[in-house]
Design a protein around this ligand. Structure first.
Ligand code: ZN
Length: 255
């Protein structure tokens, strides 16, 4: 199979899935409406024509405004669609055409919904989190290639650590929802990589937190959603974790 053609296919597939994920994010509190209702303008309620529903492109063709009433269209649409497309191509390049790819495409698509939802609302959508948690628990050890024991250890380390943080701070630093995301991180990366993944999530969170304080004048008490960092770190550790660990160990061995 031609790799360029495959990249193109996964790009298009990602854009299409991304536009579906947008609908899920907007309507997650009313899951039935995802199937029952056709896409309509949030402002004038007019049903959107098929030619204005092209993922990513329509937003720019319409110059971010509804064709009917001129109301602004949320930038979330192209952002989520573009990110999903990049995610799909990236995972394809990491795993090739395989069952692993299929598994991680599903898992990270759902995690992307949780990611965006948490950024918007500072809460995680329970039903989705539980779905990913069960899914990771059932298959994480198999597709991660580290076995059931290491998966359970990974969940214990990451979930346990976050549990201690959440309950020792009485949910001031992060919410109970983050414990479940921590479990997902542990199940997907396994022991010992889960330690690295957790560590990286905190580093990344601190850097972004400091940037927000510096550029946006936020203070330390302003809650920032932590689930996005856990999710990003899971993806990073899964794909590049081993490379980084090897590099780090080599620093000591080569001396
Ligand atoms: Zn409108």
């Amino acid at each position: 199979m031609n790799i360029t053609l495959n990249i193109f296919i996964f790009l298009i597939l990602g854009l299409i899935v991304g536009s579906f994920l947008n609908v899920v994010i907007f309507r997650i509190d009313d899951l039935k409406s995802i199937i029952n209702t056709r896409s309509h303008c949030q402002s004038c309620r007019k049903i959107i024509a098929w030619y204005d529903l092209i993922p990513f492109l329509s937003f720019f063709i319409l110059r971010a405004r509804c064709r009917n009433c001129g109301q602004k269209i949320s930038v979330q649409y192209p952002l989520v669609e573009g990110t999903t497309a990049i995610l799909f191509v990236f995972l394809y390049l990491m795993y090739g055409l395989s069952w692993n790819l299929f598994f991680y495409l599903i898992v990270f698509s759902l995690l992307l919904v949780i990611f965006v939802y948490d950024l918007k609302t500072q809460t995680v959508p329970e039903i989705l989190v539980w779905t990913v948690l069960v899914f990771s628990f059932l298959f994480g050890w198999y597709f991660g290639g580290f076995g059931i024991i290491n998966m359970l250890l990974g969940g214990l380390v990451a979930g346990g650590f976050l549990y201690l943080l959440v309950y020792s701070s009485k949910e001031k630093w992060m919410g109970a929802g983050d414990v479940k995301i921590g479990l997902i991180l542990g199940f997907l990366t396994g022991y010992p990589r889960a330690i690295f993944a957790l560590f990286f999530a905190f580093i990344f969170g601190s850097v972004v937190g400091l940037m927000l304080i510096y550029f946006k004048g936020k203070n330390l008490k302003t809650a920032i959603a932590f689930a996005p960092f856990l999710i990003f770190s899971t993806l990073f550790s899964l794909t590049y974790g081993q490379v980084l660990i090897n590099w780090y160990l080599n620093l000591f061995i080569s001396r």
